[in-house]
Write a protein that binds this ligand. Structure first.
Ligand code: SAH
Length: 386
């Protein structure tokens, strides 16, 4: 039985982040189910969507942009939909509540420490964004202060004051973003306190998460998603497995104990560095990571005549590309487990694979993003007998 409680959000009109806010949870799930069914019914059986017992406050990563109003008030929150005006948000129904409390207190501290807020139009000022990442199982908390310059006046006292208010904070990082860009983070990180990363545990394995690394934002549903993806692969311990678009290596490392060998492929070098460290500290020896475009790497493997049994793929919203998909056809793994956060591009890529020797077997929608219209799906494809 899913929750019947409908909480009201006072920011929803301006924020626009949650398309389904105010809608009973059961109804949201129905809409997502319908969307996936409409796209995938023609390819395979679509199972019942896996929803959350408690769909509120699930986001483990919270981002707030800082601004100063014309009247001089310091505000923080999100951009108004389609604009660069900032909506001042005290607490959000989908964000981790500890993170929101820290952001509110940073707003106050910034005033007493007289830290200048960055002005997007003039390029003057210091503080641009605050990013908070929390470990669901470990409770560790990382605060990333994104500044326009590496020099922060009285930074030690600022960190001390913040930690006094929030002893749960385990690390504070100063990230330098001095470019005129809408990317939140710049490239340079300076650790002000702690290790510079947090750890969390997913499916029993500990992961190190740096400010820049991709990490799924809904830890409860991620475990369920990964367990489903791995069970669909039907691993017996003998397989050679590829985890393409692997991020910090979470799917591959979870699968490694049921496979002979795993190769993770990822473009982001920070994520690969985390992945290598993660495998080492978890004592997983049958996995290695390659920092390369997944399609290029797969083409190389195929050209070398290598064999692979199972490919897990988890591309960004835009889906995969022809280079990658054609190399799957050439490598001809028995199974492809496609994890997708966009059923439209999933459907497009399934169509390609179905034309080239694969059959979609089943699709399992998972609600990773309650209150938004997004839906995650894991789909099993098998190579058709020749
Ligand atoms: N499987 C991981 C990450 C999924 S997000 C997890 O569940 O956490 C998608 C990842 O694909 C991101 O880490 C992104 O950096 C990576 N990526 C995007 N384009 C890529 C490409 N062309 N080749 C390899 N990795 C890519």
């Amino acid at each position: 039985m899913y929750t019947q409680e409908v909480k009201e959000c006072s920011y929803s009109k301006k924020c626009g982040g949650c398309q389904y806010i105010g809608m009973p949870y059961k109804e949201q799930l129905k809409k997502k189910q319908k969307k996936v069914n409409k796209l995938l019914d023609k390819h395979c059986e679509v199972k019942t969507i896996l929803g959350m017992d408690n769909p509120y406050y699930y986001r483990n990563k919270v981002h707030a942009v800082f601004a100063r109003t014309k009247k001089g008030q310091i505000i923080s929150g999100t951009y108004e939909a389609g604009s660069h005006r900032v909506v001042n948000i005290d607490s959000c129904l989908i964000e981790n509540q500890v993170a929101d409390a820290i952001i509110r207190d940073i707003r106050e501290l910034v005033k007493s420490f007289k830290i200048q807020i960055y002005n997007e139009d003039t390029g003057y000022g210091l503080l641009r964004h605050v990013l908070i990442r929390t470990g669901y199982v470990t409770g560790q908390v990382m605060v990333v202060l994104v500044l326009a310059s590496p020099i922060m006046p009285s930074k030690n006292n600022f960190v001390k004051a913040l930690r006094k208010l929030h002893p749960e904070i385990t690390t504070v990082v100063l990230n330098v973003n001095d470019r005129h860009t809408n990317m939140v983070l710049g490239e340079r990180d300076i650790v002000l306190y702690g290790k510079g990363y947090i750890e969390d545990i997913l499916c029993g394995i500990k992961y190190r998460i740096s400010p820049q690394s991709f990490y799924q934002i809904n830890p409860v549903q991620t475990e369920r998603l990964y367990k489903k993806a791995i069970s669909l692969a039907g691993l017996t311990g003998k397989e050679r497995v590829i985890d393409a678009y692997c991020g910090i290596g979470t799917i591959g490392m979870t699968a490694a104990s049921s496979a002979a060998e795993v190769i993770g492929v990822e473009l982001n070098k920070n994520a690969v560095r985390d992945a290598v460290n993660n495998a080492k500290s978890a004592g997983i020896n049958n996995i290695r990571f390659v920092c390369q475009d997944a399609g290029e790497y797969m083409v190389k493997l195929a050209n070398q005549g290598e064999k692979v049994d199972v490919v897990f793929m988890d591309p960004p919203r835009a889906g995969s590309d022809e280079k990658f998909l054609s190399s799957i056809v050439k490598l001809s793994p028995n199974k492809v487990v496609y994890v997708s956060c966009n059923p439209e591009t999933l459907e497009r890529d399934i169509r390609y694979l179905e034309k080239n020797g694969y059959a979609a077997e089943s699709a399992w929608p998972v609600d990773m993003f309650p209150f938004s219209e997004h839906v995650e799906t894991v789909c099993l494809l098998s190579r058709k007998a020749q």
